[in-house]
Design a protein around this ligand. Structure first.
Ligand code: TEU
Length: 564
């Protein structure tokens, strides 16, 4: 299957590359012609598939994850003709494109929702409307006690209809009703439309929560309350099976589900090939090993915990979607890498480069399909914003409001938001050292990190020691190496600072191969414990430091050894 032997590159279009060739030239907002102008860079990296975050029509309440027309393009990104050209230009370079499928909710500006506001409309039942409750004092209250993903309300009262509608995310993102077969028919049309245009699959947004079994009150919870009524429900599995059987299986395509709060048992069902639901999914646990309350409050990082969680998924699932970054996360070098202790993210520290490479080695030596987020391949760091005013993310703003309500002081609120805000990954890609990092000739929609003169694509392109060239090297290696892609994953050892694992392929004795990987997540030079040293005999294929291997791991180093 082509998607197993491939590597996916995620583009978050508004921050990728602005151009002069749209209705809004040089508007500080990345666009489709901008993407076309950078396809050669993506090809050179060695990635064969692009995941395009939403480019559809949208009022942008949640940066395009609130869609007002699934079959049209947001003019800020360009036109449908631009999109068709993108498919053609990608194909010419043998690059496939998967689209972002956001079907849990639409925008409140979608025609379906506008019509749905009329209780008599056939579209009424496309969404989840409810009369609400009257409390003891005769006041109107929402239908249940659910809380939302953006730290806010989940029900919005609509004067025009005299009822509430459900929105698990922003109030501008009403949830669709998957008990209504017409909604499923609409989704099938959306799938066919994009597959016929040339898409090779879909990344499916929050796809394990689309079916709401009941609207009963939820159990008290610190995070999202009410989830037991809609997470991984039987009805959800049935919808996925129907989409797969009726539409997706007719095309040469794959799906990767974004499955929030997913547990291994659910994941096994969702990815079981014989059930025909998803091809693979994104789990979240591994990025939360140093976070509390889902992901908002930092706690100490321990390599042992990371290996433990990764092992659970590597062994538990037949096939994993691998990622360390996306548009909802923070930069991995600032999260698990040496930059996590940097108080001045505008000035990368001594081990910035080495730790970025070590993390590349981690992701690219696991079993599954790796996804690389734009900028990860050059080791981009978290933003260097100084206050909440500079943040655009609807989630961060919701969180700030909620924390304020609870009396959490401003400095602490900022500390937590800085560590978790999705805008960390949404700052413009740093292409070169010209103004605005070569991203735009206008004013960027979100601040460019001031470290762009040091960290940028152009300066890394011809530097053999760059993070970029390390990614290229590992991608090329992985492409010609069955064992690194498909081989068994064998955890060996981990403590607070280092981890060791192996990859093994024993299809036949002639093809038997074995690799040992060791990673150091600390500033200390660490000796490999004696009892494991025999696992390191063989050839050093590569290391993050570029140094020879002498039985110790240098600070933030990572090594890949091919065993004899
Ligand atoms: O994200 C799903 C989601 O639940 C996010 O809120 C995620 O858990 C959070 O950002 C991590 O703290 C998807 C999209 O990837 C995201 O960009 C959208 O905002 C969201 O769905 C709604 O469509």
């Amino acid at each position: 299957m082509w998607w197993k032997n491939n590597i996916v590159y995620q583009i978050y279009p508004r921050s990728f590359q602005d151009s002069a060739e749209t209705e809004f030239p040089n508007d500080g907002f990345g666009d489709i012609p901008g993407i076309i102008s950078r396809l050669d860079e993506i090809k050179e990296l060695g990635t064969g598939v692009i995941w395009l975050s939403p480019v559809y029509k949208s009022p942008d309440a949640d940066n395009g994850y609130d869609i007002s027309d699934y079959l049209d393009i947001n003019p800020k990104f360009g036109t449908m003709a631009d999109m068709e050209k993108l498919f053609a230009e990608a194909k010419r370079r043998d690059l496939k494109i998967i689209m972002d499928l956001v079907i849990n909710h639409t925008s409140d500006e979608h025609e379906w929702f506008k019509k749905s506001r009329d209780p008599k409309s056939p579209y009424r039942d496309y969404y989840i409307w409810c009369p609400g409750k009257i409390d003891k004092r005769g006041r109107r209250q929402p239908p249940n006690n659910w809380t939302g993903f953006f730290a806010g309300e989940t029900w919005e009262y609509d004067e025009q209809s005299g009822e509430y509608y459900l929105h698990l995310f922003d109030k501008k993102q009403p949830d669709l009703n998957y008990k209504n077969p017409s909604v499923i028919e609409e989704v099938k049309n959306i799938l066919r439309f994009w597959l016929d245009k040339g898409a090779s699959g879909f990344r499916c947004d929050v796809i394990n929560i689309i079916y709401k079994t009941s609207l009963e009150d939820g159990k008290k919870s610190l995070t999202v309350q009410g989830m037991e009524h809609y997470k991984s429900q039987e009805g959800n599995h049935a919808v996925l099976q129907e989409l797969r059987r009726i539409v997706l299986d007719k095309y040469d395509c794959f799906t990767v589900g974004e499955t929030v709060f997913v547990e291994l048992e659910d994941a096994k069902l969702l990815c079981d090939e014989s059930r025909k639901e998803l091809n693979m999914l994104f789990f979240f646990d591994h990025l939360e090993v140093d976070r509390r309350v889902a992901r908002f409050i930092p706690k100490k990082f321990r390599a042992r915990k990371l290996l433990e969680v990764m092992t659970k998924w590597q062994k538990g699932l037949d096939w994993c979607a691998l990622y360390l970054e996306n548009h909802d996360q923070t930069r991995i070098v600032s999260h698990f890498g040496a930059e996590r202790n940097n108080k001045f993210p505008g000035k990368p520290g001594q081990y910035w480069q080495r730790s970025a490479k070590m993390l590349a080695l981690f992701e690219l030596t696991l079993r599954g399909t790796p996804f690389i987020f734009q900028g990860q391949e050059i080791g981009m760091t978290n933003f260097d914003f100084t206050g909440i005013e500079e943040v655009n993310d609807v989630e961060s703003r919701g969180l700030n409001k909620l924390m304020k309500k609870f009396g959490i002081p401003k400095a602490l609120r900022w500390k937590w938001i800085k560590a978790s805000s999705r805008d960390n990954n949404r700052t413009p890609v740093q292409w070169d050292d010209s103004e605005n990092a070569g991203f735009t000739k206008g004013k960027p929609w979100l601040g460019v990190n001031s470290n762009y003169k040091k960290i940028n694509y152009a300066s890394q392109k011809n530097d053999p020691n760059s993070v970029l060239n390390f990614y290229k090297k590992l991608i090329a290696l992985r492409k010609e190496n069955r064992c690194l892609v498909h081989g068994d994953f064998i955890p060996i050892h981990a403590d607070n600072r280092i981890m060791i694992y192996q990859r093994k392929c024993v299809t036949s004795s002639a093809e038997a191969e074995e690799y040992t990987i060791a990673l150091n997540f600390s500033y200390r030079k660490i000796r490999i414990p004696k009892k494991f040293i025999s696992l390191f005999s063989g050839t050093l294929i590569t290391s993050a430091s570029g140094e020879q291997w002498d039985g110790s791991l240098l600070p933030w180093d990572g090594i890949l050894i091919k065993n004899n």
